[in-house]
Design a protein. Sequence first.
Length: 527
Amino acid sequence: MTKPKKESVFSKGGTDEEKKDRFKAGGLLAMGTLLAGGLFTVAWMAFTPTILGPELMGLFGPMMGWFWVLGNVIALGVPQTITAFVSLHADLDVEESRRFIGDGNRLVLLNGVAALGVTAVGGGVAFALGAMSLYTYAMAVTLVASACAGMLFWAMNSVLNGFQRIDLVSVGNFLFPIGQFIGSVALILAARAVWGPGSRWLVVAAVAGLGVGQLFGLVPAMLMVRRTGHASVGEIYDLRRRQGLFVKILKFGGLAAVSMVALAVVQNLAAPLVRIVGLYWMLFGDTREACLAQIGYFSTALIFGMATMLLVGVAIALMPAVSDAEGKGRHDLVQEYYTGALQQCFTVLAVFIMIFAVYGGRIIQLMNGPQFPAAVMHPLALLSVIGGGGVALLFVLVHLFIGLKKPAAAAAVMGLVFIGLIAGIGYSSFAFRTVHAAMWGFMVPPALGAAGSLLLIRVRYNLLFPWWTLLEPACCACLAAVPVALFMPDRGVALWFAGVGVMVAVFGAGLALLERRRKKSSAAQAA
């Protein structure tokens, strides 16, 4: 006689405690998976700038930004809409969830085919008429194709996320950075063998590597959706099965798309904008090569700063949980999820900022070589990780707004941040003519946008801001970082790693003590 299979925390049903456990476990698992796959992202971050060099990184950084912006334009907010409405109907009307699954993914597929077709045909005509070079045409097609692959992956994953199966979401999230690393290494080395080490075609290969990574995530995501038993891939992409939800999806998704596109632009606009203004007006050097090198430093620091997007894992767990609770009128559960999300966010951000404040420049030089000197990269790295932290927190809060079925609020916030980013980078670049000043222009608007979002959530949606979630990690990070920065010997890689270990240990111990004290205080008040 076989034993019945034990249910996991993700497949259990609907009691409040099970939902809370599922949310907490989901956020931790999603971040853990991204962190595990992130080992390959670290390898990719070390390989790509090293093999391309500062000048070609000055080209690739903006292209990577356009990859995410185009992907969100193609998706039109559909993945977020799928998650919001699948989670809303999952308990009471699974058939309605299936309708959103099918029409949502079909819509993303049609958008992708249309975008790729227009790019291929339009670019082909321009190339034939001599208005576009072969390099530009290849870059455009590769960029759009890679972005389409990414949005197909995220739309498929949104199905799993809607059912709050973060365990299944994590499979694709773990594999796509592996595919990105393997694809980038293979394609860049192949391009280098054909065109030589300084060729712009290496940048096309690097962009194609991004698309390969998304395909590595898409295939397992399809298999995981099939495993749930809610739909097969053939049914999902069968255009004859349209359910008439395109207009409803686009109406909600359109507002979500505004916020997601603005978020992607805020996350990725800095490198293209700095490149455009820096080269056109020669702001960062006396020669084009000197400007490109400075822009390469800026783009490389941004890649490291965006490691804070590990918080995507929190957003993945937060949106469906909030959507489900909001749909049932459970404000208390929404508050619980909000508090838990902020605790995870500020803890992760404190660790990143703490490490980069002490070792940021050394980490980049260690991984990318002396062509990225620590003295130049350290202030860029610290400013970048703070700015990246603001963007990552905005990512989580935008998904909270969407889960609350308030995409217009998210769109308004991100619109203001977008305007602030352009103004900030533009002013700082022209006023001070250094990439370090430009990084300040990137850092400030997302931080202000996150603060404004937290205030809006408190005033408009009556969700209390738990100050301890911010103050505890901030205090522990300062107590851990200051002694290491002042007294730890700075003599080699081994001591750097030891310093990081000491900081993390002190930080963790401090948080554990504060957590124990808070729980005792809560228990005493309850008694």
